[in-house]
Design a protein around this ligand. Structure first.
Ligand code: HEC
Length: 99
């Protein structure tokens, strides 16, 4: 029983991998989308707005005006997601702008 559960979880991880993304995209939409959406307090943003390198340094260098609403592992997951869909990636703008 336990083995089957582990096998299921391993499969779930494998299925989720191509989009390092599914969970990270959800975080991006939820955390960043809280402000960055149509009619929100900040303009919509898209991962393809910046190159991977720029996303890598953006929060590290404190470029974001004010609290981005995510920190630690959450912020790291979002940054990885942004990098994966950055302007210079294989799949730029594959993401949706938070609505
Ligand atoms: C509390 C509200 C809030 C949250 C949450 C938030 N932002 Fe922002 N963000 C702003 C404001 C305000 C600005 C400056 C005004 C603007 O660009 O509309 C800004 C600006 C930016 C810019 C600069 C815009 C540009 O054109 O370069 C980027 C990039 C950005 N945010 C990314 C993010 C990301 C990624 C997240 C999630 C980790 C996030 N923000 C979460 C409020 C927020």
């Amino acid at each position: 029983m336990k083995k089957r559960l582990i096998a299921c979880m391993a499969l779930a991880v494998l299925v989720a991998l191509p989009g390092v993304s599914a969970a990270s995209q959800a975080l991006f939409l939820q955390k960043c989308g809280a402000c960055h959406k149509k009619g929100g307090t900040a303009a919509p943003i898209n991962p393809a707005d910046k190159a991977g390198q720029v996303w890598e340094k953006y929060f590290e260098r404190g470029r974001h005006p004010g609290d981005p609403g995510a920190s630690g592992g959450d912020l790291k997951a979002i940054i990885d997601y942004l990098k994966a869909h950055a302007a210079d990636s294989d799949q730029p703008a594959a993401a949706v702008i938070p609505k």
